[in-house]
Design a protein around this ligand. Structure first.
Ligand code: 5GP
Length: 193
């Protein structure tokens, strides 16, 4: 069976990765599955455990690191985040296209481990830093201190996108979702040649 495509979607906190993901998942031609990450961060109001994230304690996260259960993991603004590797490998082997919504350090770990044709990386940019700040504040889920840290992190991330195959600007949700769907469909066409 033909292997699936591994899709890395990165972008600063608040840029709209989750919203875009929900939109592109409606396109059944893309044959997508979402890799649910494990995190030590506390759930936000609207987040559903085991759907948005596997929310775990730091002890459990570290146990998983020790047991080599992650494809990649990182620390981000005081919390751990990681991609459980067993399911990702199974899905790819079964021809599913797997979306990883991860930050830059994790993306680099994946890019150095997974070689070959069946991987594509996309970085989603906000139209401006001012717009990003507005979106993070609208979410009303973080303290002022965490907002500042996330914005500082975003400033640094935005300047480190050179390893990515594609940069997409989230100026308009429908347009950006369409662009990302097309990137994935094109890549699928090329690897099936
Ligand atoms: P948030 O707390 O806003 O949900 O996520 C913070 C950052 O961590 C985001 O950039 C998000 O994409 C990233 N992230 C989420 N899950 C993972 C993961 O499993 N690995 C890595 N490296 N980053 C992740």
């Amino acid at each position: 069976m033909k292997k699936g495509l591994l899709i890395i979607l990165s972008g600063p906190s608040g840029v709209g990765k989750g919203t875009i993901r929900k939109k592109i998942f409606k396109n059944k031609k893309l044959n997508l599955v979402y890799s649910i990450s494990m995190t030590t961060r506390k759930p936000r109001k609207k987040e559903i455990p085991n759907v948005d994230y596997y929310f775990v304690s730091e002890d459990i996260f570290k146990e998983n690191i020790k047991n080599d259960n992650f494809l990649e993991y990182c620390q981000f603004v005081g919390n751990y985040y990681g991609t459980p590797k067993d399911k990702v490998e199974q899905w790819i082997d079964n021809g599913k296209n797997v979306l990883l919504e991860i930050e830059i350090n994790g993306a680099n770990q994946v890019l150095s481990k997974v070689k070959g044709d069946n991987i594509v990386s996309i970085f989603l940019l906000p139209p401006s830093l001012e717009e990003l700040e507005k979106r993070i504040r609208l979410r009303k889920s973080e303290s002022e201190e965490v907002i500042k840290e996330r914005l500082e992190k975003a400033r640094r991330e935005i300047n480190k996108t050179e390893g990515y195959d594609y940069i997409v600007i989230n100026d308009d949700l429908n347009r950006a979702s369409k662009e990302i769907s097309e990137i994935i469909l094109n890549k699928l066409k090329n690897i099936s040649k």
